[in-house]
Design a protein around this ligand. Sequence first.
Ligand code: HMG
Ligand code: MG
Length: 309
Amino acid sequence: MIPEHVTLVEVGPRDGLQNEAAPVSAAQKIELVHRLQAAGCREIEVTSFVSPKWVPQMADNAEVMAGLRRRPGVRYAVLTPNMKGLEAALASRPDEIVVFAAATEAFSQRNINCSIAESIDRFAPVVAAARAAGVKVRAAVSCTVGCPYQGAVTPDEVERVVLLLQGIGVQHMGIADTIGVGTPRAVQAVLERALKHFPLAEVSGHFHDTYGQALANIHAALQLGVHVFDASIAGLGGCPYAKGATGNVATEDVVFMLHGMGIATGIDLDALVDAGAYISGVIGRPTASRAGRALLAKRGVAVQAGAAA
Ligand code: HMG
Ligand code: MG
């Protein structure tokens, strides 16, 4: 059942940088995407077309998209919460858009300022218009294992939202553990609910590493055959509406584990570590990736300095 190939969706430029206090210029974001694609990343979540009042770090969305030197075979995705976001996003020619819902009412209100039902009503025309434009639509469901406001979340609550999103035509279901409280069996239980309604290739895991469980959760998901995962370069990030949530699992750590298991990713780990060192240098913090630190140390690079590659 364990897959031989895994697709990693690099979400560092979006999920990683959306909550970053240090200023990161559009040029630096573009450089990061270029380094990621040079390292072999084939799916990159570049930015989000959300309100700049809510998430100022993504206000340069159009500039970043316009500055990309696109590579054939690389797919560029952006987040869109509503029609206004979709219209701006389509002008920037994404390959994929992401609508993002929550498994809990409380998180939906905090994150996108509406109930779950209202969010589905908002997403329905977004999904229809994106598909009419030939753009694939992915959905992300936040707080599928735990919610910073509600607490524990049941698989039933998640499945309800999965079905609502399926009903409006989303083509892929991303199961997110926004605050990283999931453990392997809990994560398997929610993924199984998504797998009841979406094909294996269209279910992915998005695991924040707040409690150090993300690699174990990916391993648990692999056992179900799931072979698409989001990951964030240098372990960057967190969600502005989930206090204390750290970044997604570091892409370098996932690649190190998968390659060690003989699972192909198409990614060159050394070049990925360079990309992680680059962005860590930009934000002035050592990488949060354990594999990244170890490989830099092996090369004799001073990790503390935030070592630009
Ligand atoms: P709202 O305030 O309810 O929206 O926000 P509104 O329709 O009333 O509009 C208010 C103002 O925002 C208006 O401007 C609109 O034009 C503008 P004003 O008239 O005041 O000058 N506006 C926009 N501007 C640019 N782009 C847009 C847009 N929409 C409205 N698309 C809204 C609702 C959804 C817009 C807001 O709550 C928002 O932008 N939220 C962003 C939330 C976000 O980005 N969260 C992080 C991403 S999700 C995540 O990280 C989770 C994930 O990683 C998975 C996981 O880990 O769980 C995916
Ligand atoms: Mg996230």
